[in-house]
Design a protein around this ligand. Structure first.
Ligand code: ADP
Length: 240
């Protein structure tokens, strides 16, 4: 059983899990009732109001995962989250790191990792799932919550338990068999594949996920692959 640390308030669950990683701690999950400095990618802020969502980070110490493969953990978590939410509503995966519902952002994920030579030493995988917000600040037009989408009032700790039930077997599978079986689960849940998208100012059509998780797309008459990294993907008519 994964150890869970539930904190009242923290700067960011990713920052806390990284402190645990650097202190040599083993695998665990950090959950906070509120984050005072929640982060997205590229130091963007993440709104994490008290008790309104699941603000959590996993500290993973995968066996035999190479440094370049660390990013695969995001797909493992996104797939697990969609499965955990399935009884409530249709959540889908927006490549590379969001889970969306009704075309809006329900969850953002942020993976960070430390390496030992070629191998992955630790991965901190943070995710914020909006659950109980009845409205969002006008500055977040793409945000949504499970309550707004489905009317369901799901408590953060309940979602944490449902999530871990799905995550642990997928995480084991990823370590044993690599990303391919995980991507087989992700493809039918993708909100990105088949869509017209804009990436770094260029417009094209998302075609497939490569076996390393890169997005294969048709752009300027060619087929190219884009690695997750720090790119933002937008639909041509909206967020997804
Ligand atoms: P991107 O959407 O480009 O992948 P990130 O994954 O870095 O962006 O997420 C950070 C962005 O998410 C912020 O700049 C903000 O626009 C938005 N955001 C912040 N808090 C929330 C929230 N609770 N729910 C949905 N979106 C949020």
């Amino acid at each position: 059983m994964r150890q869970i640390f539930t904190l009242d308030s923290v700067d960011s669950t990713n920052a806390q899990a990284k402190r645990y990683a650097l202190a040599g701690m083993g695998e665990c999950m950090v959950i906070a009732r509120e984050q005072t400095a929640g982060r997205g990618r590229l130091s963007r802020g993440w709104a994490s109001a008290r008790d309104e969502g699941l603000w959590a980070s996993l500290l993973l110490r995968p066996r035999q995962v190479r440094a370049q493969q660390a990013g695969g953990a995001v797909f493992v978590a996104a797939l697990s989250l969609c499965e955990a939410l399935a009884p409530f509503g249709k959540a889908r995966i927006k490549w590379p790191n969001d889970v969306v519902m009704g075309g809006k952002k329900l969850c953002g994920m942020l993976a960070e990792a430390g390496f030992h030579g070629q191998m992955c030493d630790w991965i901190v995988l943070g995710f914020g799932v909006n659950l109980l917000q009845a409205e969002f600040d006008k500055a977040l037009p793409h945000a949504t919550s499970l309550l707004l989408q489905t009317g369901a009032r799901l408590a953060p700790e309940k979602l944490a338990a449902l999530f871990l039930e799905r995550f642990e077997p997928w995480y084991e599978r990823w370590q044993q068999d690599g990303l391919a079986p995980v991507l087989e689960g992700v493809r039918p849940l993708s909100a990105t594949l088949g869509q017209s998208v804009r990436i770094e100012g260029r417009e094209g059509v998302a075609l497939d996920l490569r076996e390393d998780g890169a997005l294969v797309w048709q752009v300027d008459g060619k087929t190219e692959a884009v690695l997750a990294g720090d790119v933002s993907v937008r639909g041509l008519d909206g967020y997804v």
